[in-house]
Design a protein around this ligand. Sequence first.
Ligand code: MN
Ligand code: MN
Length: 306
Amino acid sequence: MADRAMEEEEWEQILDKYRAAGKILIEVRDEALKLVKEGESLLKVAEFVEEGIRAKGGEPAFPCNISRNEEAAHATPSVNDTAVFSADEIVKLDFGVHIDGYIADSAVTVDLSGEHEELVRASEIALNEAIKIIHDGVTTSEIGEVIGNTIKECGYKPVVNLSGHGLLRYNSHAPPTIPNVGHKQGIRLKANDVIAIEPFATDGGGKVVESGNVEIYSLLKEKPVRMREARKLLGAIRKYRGLPFARRWLPQERLNLALRSLNSMGLLRDYPVLKEEDKGLVSQAEHTVIIKEDGCEIITAMKDSG
Ligand code: MN
Ligand code: MN
């Protein structure tokens, strides 16, 4: 019994770090959303988010993703990016905060056009419906089925090759996969698991493909590196402990050469921008939750919905 009590106390300490990360995320998100408007710089918003996280005592768990229109994920501004939001765009703001490696991950969609409210709502409703059925023992396929069916009932398609995921220390995409459609081999979730649920809805075919543009990488493993530039880069990215980082976070001198070198040695994973295959518009909604006996605790909850 003593062991069990100690274990539970340790769990609570870990969960409190997830909760603290979630609290920072909520505060930064509220401020950042005010900046997502026509004419505003994407780079300014991304930096506002990342600096805001650090100012509150957290660290970005990955670069602030700002994906627009048919872009579904992995878009982040480049170092001197001059892009600004335009009035006809649908914008996904997706970012994560970690405290000591424990990550909160959340995304919201902003419809600057005012014409795609239903598409935005489809992801939000699917997320809410999924959260309603979560409890100790629920399976990933039950969650996927609710998400997929809800999006279809709203008149859109779920993006089938994007999914939610588990969260572990310094691992922003841990098992299990939480699909956005029903599937055969579901995995049973248990109390104290921390997972991110992230439905994507689209008016396109429902699949994303990789585009050529890469701004985000992560370090997969280490090996002795001979080239001076590559060694220097390895020294700069080690501190992310395997979490994704942005090109614009790095010293820019001879960066392409160094990235190519580490990439050719198999040390990096790159994250190409993912776009809807039919150039369909994509909406996303995401929360991080802690599974409980009879429900779940949303650690990135919107302030107005509790
Ligand atoms: Mn996310
Ligand atoms: Mn996620």
